[in-house]
Design a protein around this ligand. Structure first.
Ligand SMILES: [Zn+2]
Length: 61
C-alpha cells in the first residue's frame, strides 16, 4: 500500500553513532567504512571481548 501523502523518509533519518552524520545504508549503522573501523578499534582498545560486532537494536532489515 502506497500512500502518496506520506511524509518523506528524511524526517526520520538515522545518524552515525560516531560522527552523527546521516548513516549510509551500505555501512549501516555508520556513515562510512572509516566510522565503522573507528568504532571497531574503539571497542578493541577498551578491551571488550566480544565475539563479533555489537547488536544494533535499530537494525532494520
Ligand atoms: Zn560517521
Amino acid at each position: 500500500m502506497t500512500d502518496p501523502a506520506a511524509p518523506p523518509q528524511t524526517t526520520r533519518v538515522r545518524r552515525c553513532p560516531i560522527c552523527n552524520k546521516p548513516r549510509v545504508e551500505a555501512h549501516s549503522p555508520f556513515c562510512s567504512t572509516r566510522c565503522r573501523d573507528r568504532d571497531l578499534v574503539r571497542w578493541l582498545d577498551e578491551g571488550y571481548a566480544v565475539p563479533g560486532p555489537p547488536a544494533d537494536p535499530e537494525m532494520d532489515n
